[in-house]
Design a protein. Structure first.
Length: 356
């Protein structure tokens, strides 16, 4: 019997299914600056959305921290105990001085923000099913599996969100993960290695971290990209493979890992996608999901430049201006375009791609 969790309590009905908490942001004596990650990125995204009058504080869903009991739905007790060692957390977050801090400080300043983002992803999973879409402004820790963290990922939030849905939400028994972060999502791949209920598409720079050959066996649609891939080739591949993936396997939920580390100039991603290319990519994924009435949960994942927060906000504003996301209850099947409109849209998408 599933344990009781506060993460599945219904938020006020007037809220947008956008999940965030000020606790997402990691600020700690400047230590966070030792990692290329912009540890305040999540708050900046929200501030841009507020400036544009899309949302206000009382209209977003406040993320809650995932408890040990929540985390144990996927993680082993052994793994959670390992996080009580500061040097283990230093290795996972790639911030060496963390190794020298007392663990209670590491728990509060580093792991609690990551647990809150993880709670946010789990909450957004249920919201997506209820409303047709949801965005966790954080999360997307795709290098973490049930018993191993790495690459700044200490909790397996994608695996958790999907397992929670499978266990607790009637009618959700199949999931698709579309992972478009610049890095291979080896964490959820290891977790769902032999699970026929989960279909994984992953597009990533084939030459960078983590290069996990074992995890690659779980990918049903593998799109391995070359150094410096640019917009035209990238968008065409994303369009072809997202459509192919969703035609091949019809899920009850789509988890979209929307990393912005594909941006040109990212120190870790090695790809060369423009800000407009990122906005267009997110649009392609949402269009493909909405057209098929598949609820979509988006997480923001990697992105290691100061300008990524603005791009994420611009992308959310673009999804809104196109009517792909809105605040009303968009329960499954509500407010969806007609079949002819879908066919026209699809043809137009392909036309636009070939024009670029």
């Amino acid at each position: 019997r599933p344990h009781r969790t506060e993460l599945y309590e219904d938020p006020p009905s007037g809220c947008w299914p956008i999940v965030y908490s000020p606790d997402y942001n990691i600020t700690f004596m400047g230590l966070e600056k030792l990692h290329p990650f912009d540890a305040g990125k999540w708050g900046k995204v929200i501030n841009f959305l507020k400036e544009e009058k899309l949302i206000a504080d009382d209209l977003i869903v406040q993320a809650r921290e995932a408890t040990d009991e929540d985390l144990l739905v996927v993680h082993t007790r052994r793994y959670l105990n390992k996080l009580k060692w500061s040097f283990v957390v230093a290795t996972i977050t790639e911030i060496p001085p963390v190794a020298f801090l007392p663990n209670f400080v590491v728990q509060r300043k580093v792991l609690r923000p990551l647990r809150t983002q993880t709670g946010g992803t789990i909450m957004a999973g249920k919201l997506a099913v209820d409303r047709g879409w949801a965005i966790n402004v954080g999360g997307g820790f795709h290098h973490c599996s049930s018993d191993k963290g790495g690459g700044f990922c200490a909790y397996a939030d994608i695996t958790l969100a999907i397992k929670f849905l499978f266990e607790r939400v009637p009618g959700v028994s199949k999931a698709t993960i579309i992972d478009l972060d610049a890095h291979q999502g080896n964490g959820h791949e290891r977790d769902f290695m032999d699970d026929p209920r989960v279909y994984i598409m992953d597009a990533y720079n084939r030459y960078i971290y983590p290069g996990d050959g074992f995890a690659k066996r779980a990918i049903k649609r593998k799109v391995e990209l070359e150094w410096g891939t640019e917009d035209t080739e990238y968008l065409q591949k994303v369009h072809t493979h997202v459509e192919g993936a969703l035609n091949e396997f019809k899920p009850d939920i789509l988890v979209y890992n929307a990393g912005t580390d594909i941006l040109d100039g990212d120190p870790l991603g090695g790809l060369a996608i423009s800000p407009q290319g990122i906005v267009r990519r997110d649009e392609l994924v949402f269009k493909a999901a909405r057209r098929r009435r598949i609820p979509v949960l988006m997480v923001t994942s990697g992105g290691y430049q100061k300008r990524t927060a603005r791009i994420i906000a611009d992308s959310i504003l673009n999804l809104h201006s196109l009517g792909l996301i809105h605040s009303q209850l968009a329960a499954r099947g509500a407010a969806h375009p007609s079949l002819e409109q879908m066919v026209r849209d699809s043809a137009k998408d392909l036309g636009n791609l070939s024009l670029q």
